[in-house]
Design a protein around this ligand. Structure first.
Ligand code: SF4
Length: 340
């Protein structure tokens, strides 16, 4: 390993915490070999570190620690109402799973800040237990499974290549339909893996100004578009997600040229569908984030609250949506746009 890469690795995590039960798993061994200069602290249970009170989320986010842990129970969760199931609810069960808690990116609008007490990243090492749970679920009915849900798995792939642990399993379980959502620009991921019929890569794209404003540490739009192009070229099924869409006088004019631009760069006939959704968040998470994001314009705006979800009013959503759909339907059929 070159010295520059070594020092980069050294800086990547503040500390690696290892649950006693996590020693002995392949991922743990590989992480400890990969980051030999990182201080390692054995712990009894990941929640002893992750759930501590008075953690400073923003500071941890700058220099997170990695916590290697064994997930003890519940490997699959029912997909919540604020998420898109892309029409799978009629003929399959919608679940999500989290091999990782937290994310290397740092989007200002991310609900994880309201969900977890810590910005440290928990990585579960017992992949076989996840597979067992998936197997049990698909024995009952076909399953739509979002696996990059509380994180960005492809963004994290160069640290822990979770997909590599699961791709053979996915290849042999065609009744498991897997969505991997990402903002990553990792092109080699698509060059190095074989596309599968039951895997869809869902790329989140936003106007560059929105990326700069709200999606810290994420790749620029141009880089994401290149990754989309490479994924399509290598035969991956691709979904484009315009989600979250923001409604704000400073941003509203960005979306129309942005949609046109996207479809000059990406052949609309080569994507499976489009996910479309407005900024939304559970009221509980919003309130928690609002308290510590005191300088955030996003969290100081007034929103509409309906059934514990904070978002824009239905009238406003309808008005903007119909403007946007006027453009999007120039490129794809309306039935190919999935909204929430
Ligand atoms: S990429 Fe997704 S999970 Fe990661 S910080 Fe942004 S919104 Fe959160």
């Amino acid at each position: 390993m070159g010295s520059s890469l070594k020092s980069l690795n050294k800086r990547l995590f503040n500390t690696i915490y290892v649950e006693e039960a996590a020693y002995g798993y392949t991922i743990t061994r590989e992480m400890l070999q990969k980051y030999p200069d990182c201080p390692v602290i054995p712990i009894r249970h990941y929640k002893d570190v992750f759930n501590r009170t008075n953690q400073h989320y923003a500071i941890q986010k700058q220099y997170p620690s990695l916590i290697l842990a064994v997930k003890g129970n519940q490997f699959l969760y029912k997909g919540p109402a604020v998420c898109q199931d892309f029409g799978h609810s009629g003929h399959s069960a919608f679940y999500y799973t989290s091999f990782l808690l937290n994310c290397i990116f740092n989007c200002e609008y991310c609900y994880l800040q309201g969900m977890y007490p810590s910005a440290n990243i928990v990585a579960f090492v017992n992949v076989e237990d996840f597979k067992f749970a998936m197997e049990q679920a698909v024995m009952k009915e076909p399953v739509f499974l979002a696996i990059s849900y509380d994180t960005d798995l492809i963004g994290f792939h160069n640290i822990i290549p979770y997909y590599d642990y699961f791709c053979d399993f996915f290849a042999s379980h065609s009744e498991l339909y897997v969505e991997i959502r990402t903002k990553s620009a990792n092109q080699t991921f698509y060059q190095n893996h074989t596309p599968l019929e039951n895997i869809i890569i869902a790329f989140t794209l936003s106007p560059e100004e929105v990326i700069q404003k709200y999606e810290r540490h994420t790749p620029a739009l141009e880089m994401r578009i290149k990754a989309v192009q490479v994924a399509i070229k290598h035969g991956f099924k691709v979904r484009i997600c315009f989600d979250p869409i923001f409604i704000h006088p400073e941003l509203d004019n960005l979306y129309e040229p942005f949609f046109h631009y996207i479809f000059t760069q990406i052949d609309p006939g080569s994507i499976q569908d489009i996910g479309y959704g407005f900024f939304r968040m559970s009221k509980h998470f919003f309130k928690r984030i609002e308290k510590h994001q005191i300088n955030s314009q996003l969290f100081s705006e007034k929103y509409w609250v309906d059934k514990d979800v904070v978002s824009y009013s239905p009238e406003l959503q309808e008005k903007i949506k119909s403007k946007h759909f006027g453009i999007l339907t120039q490129y794809v059929k309306e039935t190919s746009i999935v909204t929430i």
